[in-house]
Design a protein around this ligand. Structure first.
Ligand SMILES: Cc1cc2nc3c(=O)[nH]c(=O)nc-3n(C[C@H](O)[C@H](O)[C@H](O)COP(=O)(O)OP(=O)(O)OC[C@H]3O[C@@H](n4cnc5c(N)ncnc54)[C@H](O)[C@@H]3O)c2cc1C
Length: 471
């Protein structure tokens, strides 16, 4: 029998995704009475898992970014493991083989050894290598965490180092796809974080996929006595005199809390706070628009046997980089091809897989009838797999099973407005909101991806729930 949902707690956490679970562990370690709630039946949020036709799938996982070797200190991943007291070996990480950013006629390969990317730039853009070296030296000195007060965009800063726009596009393509809430460009602070996590540190995958991380987080939280209540949505946030004091659940049950940490997103959290805040942070004014459709194809043949050995290929079929919300339901002119089997140390979970991510319209998928929805998913698969032919093998005759998720799937399972993945372009680097005792964590605090979400949960718990005196 499940635990009874309590009526009071020290810290209430909205969302059992990566940030919520990491924050929960941190607080439970200090004996706080902490409650994590999620509306969905499965934990993991944007990076959860499910079964279809008896086959296990990861929702989101392409790569765990920020790879470091065992024993390396002071890096984001080792900091997380130390703070959560999880041993490095428990993640069972396998490193990527090699990835690439690819435009027609030119590719930049990169791996977990930064020198590969440097040698590719030296060979293909010899006139740019001095600027590239100055840029990478500058970035190596930046902290790995988001820095507030850098309201400048990456293209502007990059122009100080690189004069070849094709090289700028090649470097930006993976970074925009793995974390930009803004079309065509990305705010400089986020660029720095992603540069470090994608290029300086690199990609890995836990053996067993995202379940391995999520099981570790959930088990650690529960063994510390933390309360996890699934299928418990927060319908309303209660506040008095500018202070958050508790929540009302979908069931009508009320929980009072000394503070609330929310991973639901800026627009979504403010919508729980009543008309005035909902209006001030409305979807029209504050929601992002970058969302994606992803087709996961299971194959009868390993991709290496079809001549493809890349782990992740970020592709762009036109001369200049395209990264914007499309006018149609999807746009196959650029995207991401991920081969989850192309990591060391993997035990296949099912047939060989290829994941194809394309940009999606933030509204159209919600307006489709069921027939239109199914037909548009099929068109995305057909058009996408045709578009990637210059960059990957033709898998269309090798596909035995396809599952496709869309912005509608993301909204249904995580509640994110428009099904957006990188949240609102408005971030709160210190997590504070208009209400005292209510803090944002995760994507809308400005930390990106799985590692970023966990770091965010830990940082917000440390700053707002452990160092703060109870109020
Ligand atoms: C397709 C896809 C691929 C991705 N691939 C990668 C990748 O390869 N590598 C990587 O690092 N990152 C990847 N990401 C991004 C990564 O998944 C997210 O950055 C990270 O999981 C965000 O975690 P979070 O805890 O901040 O938020 P979320 O995962 O969004 O968690 C928020 C939780 O809050 C719950 N919630 C919301 N509202 C309420 C409410 N009112 N009441 C109760 N519960 C509520 C939701 O159900 C959800 O579980 C991917 C994301 C997607 C969608």
């Amino acid at each position: 029998m499940g635990q009874t949902v309590p009526s009071t707690c020290d810290t209430l956490i909205i969302g059992a995704g990566m940030s919520g679970l990491a924050a929960g562990i941190r607080l439970a370690q200090y004996d706080q009475n902490v409650v994590v709630l999620d509306r969905h039946a499965l934990w993991g949020g944007l990076n959860s898992f499910y079964k279809k036709a008896g086959r296990p799938f990861d929702v989101g996982l392409h790569a765990l970014t920020n790879y470091v070797d065992k024993g390396v200190r002071g890096k984001p991943l080792t900091r997380i493991l130390r703070q959560l007291r999880i041993p490095y070996d428990a993640l069972k990480l396998g490193q990527q083989w090699v990835s690439e950013s690819a435009f027609p006629g030119v590719k930049l390969r990169f791996s977990n050894d930064f020198q590969l990317m440097r040698s590719e730039v030296a060979e293909k853009f010899p006139s740019q290598i001095d600027g590239f070296d100055r840029l990478s030296a500058l970035l190596a000195d930046y902290p790995s965490l988001p820095t507030a007060g850098m309201p400048v965009f990456a293209r502007t800063r990059l122009a100080e180092f690189l004069t070849d726009e094709k090289l700028v596009d090649l470097l930006l393509l993976p970074i925009l796809y793995y974390g930009s809430p803004t079309p065509h460009d990305i705010e400089w602070g986020s660029f720095v974080v992603l540069w470090k996590s994608l290029y300086e540190e690199g990609f890995a995958r836990p053996q067993g996929g995202v379940r391995t991380i999520l099981t570790l987080l959930r088990d650690r939280y529960k063994e510390l006595g933390g309360q996890l209540h699934m299928r418990q949505g927060v319908a309303k946030l209660l506040h008095e005199n500018g202070k958050a004091i508790g929540v009302v659940l979908d069931s009508g049950h009320e929980i009072r809390a000394s503070r609330i940490l929310s991973s639901a997103g800026l627009v979504e959290t403010m919508a729980l706070c009543g008309e005035a805040l909902q209006e001030k942070f409305s979807e029209e004014k504050c929601a992002g628009e970058m969302t994606f459709v992803e087709c996961i194809s299971l194959l009868d043949t390993p991709l290496v046997d079809l001549g493809h050995d890349k782990t992740i290929t970020f592709f762009n079929t036109t001369e200049r980089l395209i990264y914007e919300a499309p006018e149609a339901a999807f746009d196959s002119r650029s995207g991401v091809i991920c081969c989850p089997d192309h990591y060391d140390n993997q035990i296949p979970q099912h047939e060989p897989a290829l994941r194809l991510t394309l940009r999606a319209h933030p509204q159209k998928w919600f307006d489709f009838t069921d027939e239109e929805y199914a037909a548009t998913k099929e068109s995305a698969w057909q058009a996408g797999h045709k578009a990637i032919l210059p960059f990957a093998p033709d898998i269309r005759d090798h596909t035995v099973f396809v599952d496709t998720f869309t912005p509608r799937t993301v909204r249904q399972f995580t509640g994110h407005t428009r099904g957006v993945v990188y949240g609102s372009p408005i971030k709160s680097p210190d997590g504070t909101t208009e209400l005292e005792n209510l803090f944002l964590m995760g994507t809308d605090q400005g930390f990106l991806g799985i590692v970023g979400a966990m770091l965010s949960g830990i940082a917000m718990a440390n700053v707002h729930a452990l160092q703060a005196s109870p109020s």
